[in-house]
Design a protein around this ligand. Structure first.
Ligand SMILES: [Zn+2]
Ligand SMILES: [Zn+2]
Length: 183
C-alpha cells in the first residue's frame, strides 16, 4: 500500500513529506488510516531537544493516533480505533501481572517504529481500542486521538489516587496532560 509520511530527518528541521510503501502485513499487524494524531511534548523533545528516538531518523513521529483499520484481521476491518501510545508485549511477567505500562518490550509508535504523522500506520493490532459509534455521535474520530496519551495518562493517575468527585487536588504543570485532568 502506498502511504504518505511526514518524517523527521534532522533535529529542528521541517518534516519531510515522503511517499512510502507498506509491502507486507503480518498476522499480528494491521494498517490504520490515520484520522488524527496529537502532538505530545515528547514529540517536541525528540524534534527540538534531541532526545534520542529508539529508531534512527528518518522517523515519522506521533503516538496519539486515531483512525480506521483498512487492512488486517477480519474482526477489525473497518473499525474505528485509538492506538494506545504504548503497546506492551502481553507475554512477559510484568504484562501478565497487569503492569503492561512498564513492560520492557513495549513498543511506541513514532519512537520504535513510524508513527502517526502520516496517511497510514502499520501497527501491532493486539491492543487497539475500538471506538463505539455512540462516542462518535459526540466527538469526531480525529478529536479522540489524544485519548491515546494526553487523556489516558492523567486518567490512570486519577484512578490510582482514588480521587473522588468533590475532593481537592492540586495539579502541578498544566501542559497537555495537566489540562486534561478533568476526565
Ligand atoms: Zn506522549
Ligand atoms: Zn510485556
Amino acid at each position: 500500500m502506498k502511504i504518505k509520511q511526514y518524517q523527521m530527518t534532522a533535529l529542528q528541521s521541517d518534516f519531510q513529506l515522503v511517499d512510502n510503501v507498506i509491502d507486507s502485513v503480518n498476522e499480528n499487524e494491521c494498517i490504520v488510516k490515520v484520522a488524527g494524531c496529537g502532538v505530545c511534548h515528547t514529540d517536541i523533545s525528540f524534534w527540538h531537544d534531541g532526545v534520542r528516538t529508539k529508531k534512527e531518523m528518518p522517523l515519522t513521529l506521533g503516538h496519539e493516533i486515531s483512525g480506521t483499520v483498512v487492512q488486517g484481521p477480519t474482526h477489525l476491518l473497518g473499525k474505528n480505533v485509538i492506538i494506545p501510545a504504548v503497546l506492551p508485549c502481553g507475554e512477559c511477567e510484568l504484562c501478565k501481572k497487569g503492569r503492561g505500562n512498564i513492560c520492557q518490550n513495549q513498543l511506541m509508535p513514532g519512537n520504535d517504529f513510524h508513527g502517526g504523522f502520516a496517511s497510514h500506520i502499520l501497527v501491532p493490532h493486539k491492543y487497539l481500542c475500538i471506538v463505539p459509534d455512540s462516542v462518535l455521535n459526540k466527538y469526531s474520530l480525529q478529536q479522540l486521538s489524544v485519548i491515546a496519551d494526553a487523556i489516558s495518562t492523567p486518567y490512570q493517575v486519577i484512578q490510582k489516587s482514588e480521587l473522588e468527585s468533590g475532593d481537592l487536588a492540586i495539579v502541578i504543570g498544566v501542559g497537555g496532560v495537566g489540562v486534561n485532568k478533568r476526565c
